[in-house]
Design a protein around this ligand. Sequence first.
Ligand SMILES: *[C@@H]1O[C@H](CO)[C@@H](O)[C@H](O)[C@H]1NC(C)=O
Ligand SMILES: *[C@@H]1O[C@H](CO)[C@@H](O)[C@H](O)[C@H]1NC(C)=O
Ligand SMILES: *[C@@H]1O[C@H](CO)[C@@H](O)[C@H](O)[C@H]1NC(C)=O
Ligand SMILES: *[C@@H]1O[C@H](CO)[C@@H](O)[C@H](O)[C@H]1NC(C)=O
Ligand SMILES: *[C@@H]1O[C@H](CO)[C@@H](O)[C@H](O)[C@H]1NC(C)=O
Ligand SMILES: *[C@@H]1O[C@H](CO)[C@@H](O)[C@H](O)[C@H]1NC(C)=O
Ligand SMILES: *[C@@H]1O[C@H](CO)[C@@H](O)[C@H](O)[C@H]1NC(C)=O
Ligand SMILES: *[C@@H]1O[C@H](CO)[C@@H](O)[C@H](O)[C@H]1NC(C)=O
Ligand SMILES: *[C@@H]1O[C@H](CO)[C@@H](O)[C@H](O)[C@H]1NC(C)=O
Length: 353
Amino acid sequence: MLWPCLFLPYVAVATASIVSRSYQCGNQSYFTADNGIIRSHSGYDVGHDYGKNLDCVWTIEAPEGKFVQLVANAFHLEGSGFSCSYDYLQLFDGDSTNDNSLGKFCGNVFAPISSRQRFLTLNFVTDGSHGFRGFELFYNFTDHVMRTCLTGQFSCNNTNCVPGSYRCDGQDDCGDDSDEKNCQTGSTTHEFCAFGEFRCSNGNCISRQWICDGDNDCPDMSDETNCAVNVSRGCGQTNFTGTTGNISSPNFPLNYTSKLNCTYHVTAPVGTTSISFTFDRRFSIESSGIGTCTYDNVTISGMNGRNINGPFCGTIAPAPFEIHGDAADVRFITDSSAQRQGFMLTWSTEGLP
Ligand SMILES: *[C@@H]1O[C@H](CO)[C@@H](O)[C@H](O)[C@H]1NC(C)=O
Ligand SMILES: *[C@@H]1O[C@H](CO)[C@@H](O)[C@H](O)[C@H]1NC(C)=O
Ligand SMILES: *[C@@H]1O[C@H](CO)[C@@H](O)[C@H](O)[C@H]1NC(C)=O
Ligand SMILES: *[C@@H]1O[C@H](CO)[C@@H](O)[C@H](O)[C@H]1NC(C)=O
Ligand SMILES: *[C@@H]1O[C@H](CO)[C@@H](O)[C@H](O)[C@H]1NC(C)=O
Ligand SMILES: *[C@@H]1O[C@H](CO)[C@@H](O)[C@H](O)[C@H]1NC(C)=O
Ligand SMILES: *[C@@H]1O[C@H](CO)[C@@H](O)[C@H](O)[C@H]1NC(C)=O
Ligand SMILES: *[C@@H]1O[C@H](CO)[C@@H](O)[C@H](O)[C@H]1NC(C)=O
Ligand SMILES: *[C@@H]1O[C@H](CO)[C@@H](O)[C@H](O)[C@H]1NC(C)=O
């Protein structure tokens, strides 16, 4: 394991101040006021990634007759899909982690959800490897349950939940026959979708894994709106804030894909005078001949397209450079043929004069 070297910054923080689990999880674990914010960790505000081995629990209590609704302002955890085997946020329908699970969330996907009674408990768990940006969730109290069922259950139109296998089995298990509608093959419009699916505005049901992945799967774009992160087709996360971060070509260190047009926005704290860019030595972008990069290229520019560095291509990593100002764009464009490993760079405002 390399983590003792890779995570020296955290060790330094830990020895400089007393870092306890409760400190990392913030100073409040029980919420009763309407309209609140819950952040993944106490360093979220100042741009720190979350730490290793966290196990934070928060409970929200709504008044009698109300439900707790949760939406994400931002959501960036390690992992993806349904496995969520590294870091995850798990929600429980009640006032403890012993209550029914409403699902595990990781990666960049978090769809609005509500409790089915007046308590909602959140459990944020991280593994022993590196942290990501974390999340900021907004909650408030509502009069209506948002239609959600447990993993593997079908969500009936009348808000009942039945086992997913009951769908289209010829029996009315929901009580309103909704589990027996839209069963014929070829039907594309649904009044409701199974848990684990997202209902598009046009009535299509798609896997929740496809929400906010940069592809217009619905295809009415409803799966790509209200996303916590800005992604564009095949580019991954495109917005970066804080004082340092890494940006790499898609799939790095494996080959990038064809026909990309990715712009990664770097936004440093207001007043930052310059941002440094340092490329990893592993660098390989298809070149079109000595000194030209008309096939594939990466270009870094400052605000308003000034201070252009690049286009870069070839197999020799560009030397480190700085961009004046508190924002920069990294644009990576590829054509339809010949893919290579790509690039990885670290941007930072730290250690600059
Ligand atoms: C918790 O932290 C917030 C922001 O740092 C502060 O405003 C608040 O007073 C703290 N609450 C308690 C109970 O310490
Ligand atoms: C709760 O938040 C949702 C989403 O922002 C909003 O639509 C709703 O009106 C809010 N409800 C209350 C009671 O504040
Ligand atoms: C779902 O329920 C709503 C009202 O609760 C009703 O208007 C609608 O027709 C129902 N849809 C189906 C497919 O049963
Ligand atoms: C992404 O960056 C754009 C341009 O800098 C900005 O308008 C937008 O608010 C950012 N989105 C997020 C989620 O940070
Ligand atoms: C994504 O970025 C665009 C501009 O680059 C901005 O208009 C849009 O609001 C952003 N989306 C989100 C969810 O922040
Ligand atoms: C960037 O990558 C380097 C090397 O892989 C790693 O040590 C560092 O923690 C990363 N930084 C961030 C902010 O992800
Ligand atoms: C990349 O996208 C931008 C707009 O987002 C566009 O102006 C530019 O022409 C595109 N470049 C290529 C090579 O497609
Ligand atoms: C960068 O690559 C794209 C995609 O092949 C190409 O359209 C563009 O002209 C190249 N830019 C330069 C400056 O060569
Ligand atoms: C990456 O692309 C190069 C050249 O196009 C090819 O030789 C190599 O096999 C590819 N590697 C992978 C893992 O696909």
